[in-house]
Design a protein around this ligand. Structure first.
Ligand SMILES: [Zn+2]
Ligand SMILES: [Zn+2]
Length: 144
């Protein structure tokens, strides 16, 4: 009986120690928001976002459809100062006059052709095409 009691106490004591350590290790992680990262199809262009998503939605204008080859393009909007791009995307401006063609430029990988970003003309916002994110689950637009 005495031995069993001791063993039980030891287990409780050890359990308490482990839990206390876990809390100490986990505490600083809570403060940091999850960083967005992504890349093009071939990996020449990679990016990370050190800041919040300021908008997220879909666009189905003719410019977005042609640029990406899809009917409805999911995007998240971030501030250009928060976006760090590695590699050199090419820029394309279309004269079509369709919504996003008229208001900004497209940025794509010169090697594999993946469209990753759309930047508006005044440079205040950068849209990231959600399909290029490493974790597309961050895309949670409000119900339309
Ligand atoms: Zn590429
Ligand atoms: Zn568009």
């Amino acid at each position: 009986m005495w031995i069993r009691c001791c063993a039980l106490l030891a287990v409780l004591w050890l359990g308490g120690q482990v839990r206390a350590d876990d809390t100490q290790v986990a505490a600083p992680k809570k403060e940091e928001p999850k960083m967005l990262t992504g890349r093009c199809h071939c990996g020449h262009i990679t990016y990370e976002v050190k800041g919040p998503i300021v908008n997220q939605s879909y666009c189905d204008c003719q410019g977005c459809r042609r640029a990406t080859g899809t009917l409805k393009v999911p995007f998240v909007t971030v501030l250009p100062k928060d976006l760090k791009i590695t590699g050199e995307p090419k820029t394309f401006r279309s004269p079509s006059g369709a919504k996003c063609d008229a208001h900004g430029v497209w940025l794509f990988c010169p090697d594999c052709g993946t469209h990753l970003f759309w930047k508006n003309n005044d440079g205040e916002h950068m849209d990231i095409f959600v399909g290029t994110l490493d974790d597309p689950k961050v895309f949670q637009p409000k119900a339309e």
